[in-house]
Design a protein around this ligand. Structure first.
Ligand SMILES: [Zn+2]
Length: 340
């Protein structure tokens, strides 16, 4: 986890369209988008602790939260929605929009975040034997506890923020109208169960959240992700390759079709690489990850969890294809074995 500095940047990137860059502690900077229309729309809100930076960036263009009419979440991961939890507690008139199932699936946001934490611990446990994992789990726990404490702090200082306010539940083909612009919603589950992409067809703008970012995004298959669904959602997005993609992290994408093809190809290649290098003796999750991911990645805890989660999802696809199987070994270690 990185230390958060309060830097921000707001930049006009097209007529009526601004990009806001905010720091966040878990991953590379967040990119938010502001559409200045009759009813101004903000897409994603960043991480709760960059709330101040977001306020300052809006001030730079003489705008305050009070002028924002809609906020739409591409998905409910902390770096996209936790700022919004605070905004909706303070500015109750802003209309919040996001995937319709968020309301029934996430009745308590703190619980949802804790489930993520638990799943990450589960991943570490299945990747490391007892002693090795102890240290990693302790380090990881400390980081998480700090974060959760800070989150709870916001609850006491403001209002409870464990409930996501959702005034406008969205589904496939829903349309969000801001005045002259219409944003069509596409459901794109995979990185997150509740991921949506907003398309402005006339402008050829696609606000693509975490679907197409620099690398393959995190897929927490045992929490709210699914690699098969991610692949089919990418194929769905390939139909919009004449659009400019505005991602929630990283550079704006002018040639999304090529980028999507590359991600799908990389995933296919990773499956093949695991199978090709798979040793006769069984291996655990860590050893499987090291077949496809450079070993120095293991030194960056935040990235390594993402790598373990992705590896686990690939292994599960190979199990479903009947090419591998999963056994429980000594110390309750999960061991992957080849069927050939
Ligand atoms: Zn995400």
């Amino acid at each position: 986890m990185k230390l958060l500095n309060n830097e921000y940047k707001i930049e006009k990137i097209a007529d009526d369209l601004y990009q806001i860059t905010l720091e966040q502690p878990f991953y590379i900077q967040n990119k938010l988008y502001l559409i200045l229309d009759k009813y101004p729309l903000l897409i994603d809100t960043g991480y709760i602790e960059s709330f101040g930076s977001l306020a300052r960036s809006l001030k730079e263009i003489n705008l305050g939260f009070k002028k924002i009419h809609f906020i739409c979440f591409t998905h409910p991961h902390i770096d996209h929605i936790s700022g919004g939890l605070l905004i909706s507690a303070v500015y109750s008139k802003i209309k919040m929009a996001g995937h319709a199932n968020i309301l029934s699936d996430i009745p308590d946001y703190m619980k949802y975040v804790n489930e993520w934490k638990d799943d990450t611990l589960r991943l570490i446990n299945s990747a490391y034997e007892e002693k090795q994992s102890r240290k990693r789990i302790d380090d990881f726990n400390e980081n998480w506890e700090d974060f959760l404490k800070r989150l709870e702090n916001y609850e006491t200082r403001h209002r409870p923020i464990n409930k996501i306010k959702l005034d406008i539940p969205l589904r496939d083909k829903s349309v969000l109208t801001t005045g002259k612009y219409n944003f069509e919603i596409i459901e794109t589950p995979g990185h997150s169960k509740h991921h949506i992409v907003l398309i402005e067809k006339k402008k050829k703008w696609a606000f693509s959240g975490d679907m197409v970012i620099g690398n393959i995004p995190a897929i927490y298959g045992h929490w709210d992700g699914n690699l098969d669904l991610y692949k089919s959602s990418l194929q769905k997005l390939a139909a919009y390759d004449d659009c400019t993609f505005f991602p929630a992290h990283g550079e704006i994408i002018e040639n999304p079709g090529r980028k999507i093809k590359l991600i799908l190809k990389t995933l296919e290649m990773l499956e093949k690489k695991i199978l090709k290098k798979f040793p006769k003796k069984g291996i655990n999750l860590r050893e499987a990850a090291l077949l496809i991911i450079p070993p120095n990645a293991e030194n960056d805890a935040d990235l390594w969890y993402i790598a373990l989660a992705l590896t686990e999802s690939i292994l599960e696809i190979l199990i479903n294809k009947g090419l591998l199987n999963l056994k429980t070994g000594d110390n309750n270690q999960k061991i992957y074995k080849s069927n050939h």
